[in-house]
Design a protein around this ligand. Structure first.
Ligand code: NAP
Length: 249
């Protein structure tokens, strides 16, 4: 990857305010790209990117609840108004609700399905149309290893991640002839707020079973996003890359 090949791309990262999304935002800002992020609330990191003279001109934050189609449109419209086009979409925003399926409320199910599946569909539809018109672009859907293996107490979440892997493959087929790549990344367990729901015993067990001997870091996934969205990477599409330190190998 050369700097000239990436510098200045317009990159959208959903859920870019913290956790994995913030790590991905940081990575694209470091490669000289322009980055638009959304989430429902601001964070100190968002404030810092807006103020830092190194990034202020290349960073846009839009408050948006992506489980609402209208918010997704507001977000994409704001990016187009500022930068005219979109080169890269990272569908990262996601939510989990712990608990056995038998105890899940309608609200639990709606919250997870509405963001993880419908939010990703809204964003991919809006941005995919823009990319089709320009015949170029890259999309990455952030999935999870539990979309394949399942996880006790994460049935709804696992179902949504399996759905995303299907979406990745279908979109790759729909958009491939127009120069657009669509791939997924299925991380293992990362050190972010989302994994705080796991107790110490579960954490220890995961680390013990992971050949790399540690939990994943946002940077581990951000590097893979950069690889999959490299403009020279025109033949790798429709795949879901597992990044889990070897846990499910
Ligand atoms: P996180 O720390 O909880 O961050 C989630 C991000 O999504 C935040 O920016 C959050 O901001 C945003 N978000 C939540 N609900 C939203 C909504 N309705 N509309 C717009 N933005 C919303 O989670 P994470 O661990 O970084 O997870 C990021 C992605 O990686 C998710 O897709 C997750 O499924 C996946 N993943 C995580 C792990 C892990 O172990 N952590 C493993 C595999 C895959 P607001 O709350 O302010 O909206």
């Amino acid at each position: 990857m050369t700097e000239a090949s990436t510098n200045g791309r317009v990159v959208i990262v959903t859920g870019g305010s913290r956790g994995l999304g913030a790590g991905i935002v940081r990575s694209y800002l470091a490669s000289g790209d322009r980055v638009a992020a959304c989430s429902r609330s601001r964070t100190p990191e968002v404030d810092a990117w807006e103020k830092d003279p190194e990034t202020a001109d290349r960073f846009l934050f839009v408050p948006a609840d992506l489980s609402k189609s209208a918010d997704a449109k507001t977000f994409v419209d704001a990016v187009i108004a500022k930068w005219d086009h979109i080169d890269v979409l990272i569908n990262n925003a996601g939510v989990a609700r712990d608990g056995m399926l038998g105890l899940a409320t309608d609200d639990d199910i709606d919250t997870v399905v509405d963001l993880n599946i419908k939010g990703t569909l809204y964003m991919s539809r809006l941005v995919g149309r823009r990319m089709l018109a320009r015949r170029t672009g890259s999309i990455v859907n952030i999935s999870s290893i539990v979309g394949r293996s399942g996880y006790r107490g994460l049935a709804v979440y696992s179902a949504t991640k399996a759905a995303l892997d299907g979406l990745t493959r279908a979109m790759a087929r729909e958009l491939g002839s127009r120069g657009i790549t669509v791939n997924g990344i299925a991380p293992g367990y990362l050190r972010t707020e989302m994994s705080h729901g796991l107790d110490d015993g579960q954490m220890d067990q995961i680390v013990r079973r992971t050949p790399a001997g540690r939990l994943g870091e946002p940077d581990d996934v951000a590097r893979a996003c950069q690889f999959l969205t490299d403009p020279l990477n025109t033949y790798l599409t429709g795949q879901v890359l597992v990044i889990d330190g070897g846990l499910t190998s």
